[in-house]
Design a protein around this ligand. Structure first.
Ligand SMILES: [Zn+2]
Length: 438
């Protein structure tokens, strides 16, 4: 159990209106009701298992990824969640090419991936509509591709994305607990952990092409990617512009949380929600506000995880799912300006250079990237970038956020010289910078 059942039932009886549906915010709230210490323990246990070096970086097609998949399906089974009827033993299997984007890497090969799916059935006339909560469970193995530190070391992928997978597992338990004795109308919930994300959203694209439950009956999809290293008790939420009606669901969801939501207007196409967005499903994306320089390196291990932040992210996600499941209205899909289709543009995996700054903001919150540190001996230091600078343009192109900037970096070869415009003491300075290999 994730919390005291008696207390939950009492709270439920006290707070549930006798007649009809109330607005989501007046109903029992998972954020307020969840025993945080127990949630953190469960989260930590799941994450440490998934990010254990014995799983060798959860590379699809390899033993470690299969162990992760076994652990995820076993956890779903232990929670009493069923495999979708159309699948065998929670597994939605597919083949894809892994190793380089679009198979450009000579070492790429076809492997089998398994998305792991589980169902919490709905009831009362809403059961044919679905809310999806997802996160990718695969990672980079020993950095055979996509690594920023191709040193042959195990890339544990604790933040990317054992953190999101553990959050889905925790949220599944919380939602099971809150709905188990509840007779009210609610949508069905599909929990999915995707494989093949790192090689180009292969698992979620496969799902979107051949869905387990109809996309036309999918109310919304929520994706968690890299929620294990939250800083300053903040989490970034984007995608709310993809569904008219999301604002009502999201408003106040963090009122009782130690985390505060920072909303961003744009939406990246670099994680699994993009595959659903492309098919017209309203999506929400939860991730950290601050980017970690350990991203896609062998340093992304469990010792650096903020377990409390990750567990609280899971609780917030569970509450968002709960609100979507019981709401009388469902969000209506709308396009977000500037959103590219899933996986378009250069991949982070294609970055061949090392710039050498520590970004101080990862979000789509304000334009530009705050430099919170410069590593010695790197392109940035040689080029004169200073801590406290805000990088605003890259060869004249506006830098909106870290993700956009990574796309720009992926276009370069070592030895290229770029002009980086920084804001320093209220004036703009152009710095010619030679890009060194990573
Ligand atoms: Zn990744």
């Amino acid at each position: 159990m994730r919390f005291h059942h008696t207390i939950v039932v009492l709270a439920w009886l006290t707070l549930t209106p006798l007649h009809g549906q109330d607005t989501p915010s007046d109903q029992p709230n998972l954020v307020a009701m969840t025993a945080q210490d127990e949630a953190i323990d469960t989260y930590r246990e799941h994450l440490i298992f998934l990010a254990h070096p014995a799983l060798e970086g959860r590379l699809p097609g390899e033993r470690g990824c299969a162990i992760a998949e076994e652990m995820i399906s076993t956890t779903f089974r232990q929670l009493g969640l069923d495999s979708p009827e159309s699948l065998t033993d929670y597994r939605d299997s597919f083949e894809f090419r892994q190793g380089g984007r679009f198979g450009s890497n000579a070492d790429s090969k076809v492997v089998t991936g398994n998305n792991i799916c589980a169902v919490l059935p709905g009831q009362g006339g809403l059961e044919d509509e679905w809310v999806i909560l997802g996160a990718h469970h695969d990672h980079l193995g020993r950095g055979e591709f996509g690594s920023r530190s191709p040193d042959g070391q195990i890339h544990e992928g604790a933040d990317d994305n054992a953190s999101g997978t553990a959050a889905v597992l925790l949220a599944a338990g919380l939602l099971r607990d809150i709905f188990i004795d509840d007779g009210g109308p609610r949508r069905s919930i599909l929990f999915i952990t995707f494989s093949g994300e790192e090689s180009g959203l292969n698992g979620s694209r496969h799902y979107a092409e051949d869905p387990v439950v109809p996309l036309s009956q999918t109310t919304a999809m929520i994706n968690l990617d890299m929620v294990g290293r939250l800083v300053d008790d903040e989490i970034q939420l984007t995608g709310h512009g993809s569904g008219k009606g999301f604002n009502q669901i999201v408003t106040g969801v963090d009122a009782d949380s130690t985390l505060k939501i920072r909303k961003g207007e744009s939406l990246t196409s670099r994680s699994d929600h993009a595959s659903f967005y492309d098919k017209g499903v309203p999506v929400l994306f939860l991730t950290a506000t601050v980017f970690s320089d350990d991203y896609h390196t062998s340093r992304d291990d469990a010792s650096r995880i903020n377990f409390e932040g990750g567990a609280n992210a899971a609780i917030l996600a569970a509450e968002l799912v709960r609100r979507l499941a019981v709401s009388s209205d469902s969000p209506v899909f709308t396009e977000i300006e500037g959103m590219t289709s899933a996986g378009d543009g250069p991949s982070f995996s294609d970055i061949k250079i090392r710039f050498g700054i520590k970004p101080g903001n990862y979000g789509d919150l304000e334009p530009g990237i705050l430099v919170s540190g410069v590593s010695p001996g790197t392109s940035a230091q040689d080029g004169g970038v200073l801590t406290g600078d805000i990088m605003v343009r890259w060869n004249g192109r506006a830098i909106d956020d870290v993700r956009a900037w990574m796309g720009m970096m992926a276009e370069h070869e070592p030895g290229d010289v770029v002009t980086v415009t920084v804001l320093r003491d209220d004036s703009e300075i152009d710095l010619p910078i030679m890009l060194k290999p990573k």
